[in-house]
Design a protein around this ligand. Structure first.
Ligand SMILES: [Zn+2]
Length: 235
């Protein structure tokens, strides 16, 4: 039986009051059969975060589009769907807050990760230096070919863009999206040792992952999620 979920014990585990998973193509569904509250919203390749700072009812839906979800509420699964874009999960063990982020190249170049960390700081007092960050499976620097329109946006939006691309031919580059997110998190003050990256490429691992680049958008996406557990405690 193929792996349904990938978890990163060094990123977060239930003893720290949090659960998480990065889904594979073998489990695109719910994170947890017993979960009562699973929040999933329409993703629009933007940079806005939906902040849930009050209890969420089972089955409650949210009209609108967001690519980041943030909460300080316990037993609320925050989920994002990806297939080549990067799922980023964030845990603040000090203030008791979590975030789930859908970071494609558009959102990443526009700063969705630093913007979400700023929202966590403003709303929940999260110090970027005490956050734990998990960067999940996505199109890797081995396969993620981009063209001039993407590179133009990168040059405009990312000062050290040259460090996350490699030229492969006239007008084509390979983009290290996870590397870009890692740099952006560190630039916000995140501790490098508290950032864990799943170095698995969705494009070159067809048995494990869906990939829009390889399969087209119709085939499916992976769900990833994070939740503060009932026993979560401030430290
Ligand atoms: Zn690859």
């Amino acid at each position: 039986m193929a792996a349904k979920h990938i978890t990163v014990p060094a990123f977060a585990d239930k003893h720290e009051g949090v659960r998480h998973f990065f889904g594979t193509r073998h489990e695109a569904g719910r994170p947890d059969r017993a979960a009562r509250v699973v929040v999933s919203v329409t993703q629009v390749h933007g940079t806005d975060a939906l902040v849930l700072d009050r209890p969420v009812e089972p089955g409650e839906t949210f009209a609108g589009g967001w690519d980041a979800l943030v909460t300080n509420q316990r037993e609320v699964w925050l989920t994002v769907k990806t297939a080549d874009c990067v799922p980023v999960l964030v845990h603040d063990p000090r203030q008791g807050a979590v975030a789930a982020i859908h970071a494609g190249w558009r959102g990443s170049v526009a700063g969705i990760l630093p913007r979400t960390l700023a929202v966590m700081r403003e709303r929940f007092g999260s110090d970027p230096g005490s956050l734990r960050i998990g960067i999940g499976p996505s199109a890797g620097p081995c396969c993620y070919e981009v063209d001039e329109p993407v590179l133009k946006k990168l040059r405009e939006g990312v000062p050290d863009w040259a460090l996350v691309v490699r030229e492969t031919g006239p007008g084509t580059w390979l983009l290290d999206l996870r590397g870009l997110l890692l740099r952006q998190a560190q630039a916000m003050g995140a501790d490098r040792t508290a950032i864990r990256t799943v170095n698995a490429c969705t494009i070159c691992h067809p048995t494990l992952f869906h990939s829009y680049r390889r399969e087209g958008t119709a085939r499916g996406a992976m769900m990833s999620g994070i939740m503060l557990t009932r026993r979560s405690k401030k430290r």
